[in-house]
Design a protein around this ligand. Structure first.
Ligand code: TXA
Ligand code: MG
Length: 328
């Protein structure tokens, strides 16, 4: 696979972005597919390359809170407090947009998502760029998010002129999204910053907006699928997965078992892989592991369900979306 479009050349990245082209950028959460957020034609290229529906809003990345008022208006105190506490970092704020923010960025809505990423290379890129960079995760629509430059390369190949290489993403799941346009601050997506840390800064609890869709409801390929590997992914308790692995092996399937047991040596017929035990390590490894086991080597991936506690909220959210089905 040609790797000539992976580099650490900030000057080249700036030149491409200023010319209205796309660049893959590292962030501490996942890699983004970036374009000048003030240029609707450049933003349109993101949607074309990702195969993403045009009415989906994209996050605008900034160097820091000095730029907040360039993009948002009627900014509430809560936004300043959260930006002060967590920027640069993995927190996205949904605010009322300034009128000049292109519809291509907001999906035609009156709001805009803003975040200042903490990755040093991209922070420096944003500082020198001066404006905002619209960037969704750098993956084909619906697929697993990329956490290395090579993952981005695998998604888009030569159709992307440059991927800035910032190494593996240290957080590994997307930013936490907090909506600040309603009567109460709302957790719209759990992510890199724990909800409790946000609540501590705000001095009140976040409203949780559960999307109605659950993995259990989803019929593969029919409903909206996010963060998903292409190989079927079954999630459940270890005992049920061991039975499933054995049954599938007997019928000739190639099975991978991603577990959190320290004692599991082997399960007949399955390739066993130990996932990290801690929530942060697990989040960092999740997407890269799904990618490593995807791609045709296995007929099915079996994933032991992580603990159902607060510190695992972001991981469980992504596992739920990646899963074809829960068993056991
Ligand atoms: O960590 C991240 O947030 C990564 C990195 C690249 O920054 N970006 C990311 O972007 O996850 P994306 O496009 O894959 O997901 C962005 C989410 C979408 O679910 C989108 O609906 C939501 O942010 N979003 C963006 N702008 C919004 C807005 N104005 N109102 C509501 N939701 C918004
Ligand atoms: Mg995404």
């Amino acid at each position: 696979m040609p790797m000539h479009n992976i580099s650490t050349d900030l000057d080249q990245a700036l030149a491409l972005l200023r010319a209205g082209e796309l660049v893959g950028i590292p962030t501490e959460t996942v890699y983004g597919l970036a374009a000048d957020a003030a240029d609707p034609a450049a933003v349109a290229k993101i949607f074309a390359l990702k195969g993403r529906p045009a009415d989906h809003p994209v996050i605008v990345h900034l160097a820091g809170r000095e730029q907040l008022a360039d993009w948002a208006r009627d900014i509430p105190d809560d936004a300043w407090k959260l930006a002060e506490a967590f920027w640069p970092g993995s927190l996205t704020l949904i605010l009322q947009r300034q009128p000049q923010v292109p519809d291509a960025v907001t999906g035609g809505q009156d709001t805009v998502g803003l975040r200042a990423p903490a990755h040093p290379l991209t922070h420096e890129l944003l500082r020198r760029f001066g404006g905002g960079l619209a960037a969704p995760s750098a993956n084909q629509f619906g697929h697993v998010s990329p956490t290395t430059a090579e993952h981005v390369q695998a998604e888009f190949g030569d159709r992307l002129r440059l991927i800035l290489d910032g190494g593996p993403c240290p957080v590994g799941v997307e930013s936490t999204i907090v909506g600040l346009t309603g009567p109460q601050p709302a957790l719209l997506r759990p992510g890199g910053v724990p909800a409790e840390a946000i609540e501590a800064v705000l001095g009140r609890t976040l409203v949780h907006h559960e999307k109605p869709q659950t993995a259990q409801m989803r019929v593969s390929g029919l409903l909206d699928s996010h963060y998903a590997p292409r190989t079927p992914l079954l999630v459940g308790p270890l005992g049920a997965l061991e039975n499933e692995a054995y049954r599938r092996f007997e019928s000739g399937e190639r099975v991978a078992l991603l577990h959190r047991s320290q004692m599991l040596a082997a399960v007949c017929g399955a390739e066993c892989h130990a996932m990290p035990l801690g929530a942060e390590d697990y989040a960092r490894a999740l997407y890269a592991t799904l990618r490593a086991f995807d791609g045709g080597r296995f007929d099915v991936l079996l994933l032991e369900q992580p603990p159902q506690t607060a510190e695992w909220l972001a991981v469980n959210d992504r596992v739920k979306r990646a899963a074809s089905r829960f068993i056991g």
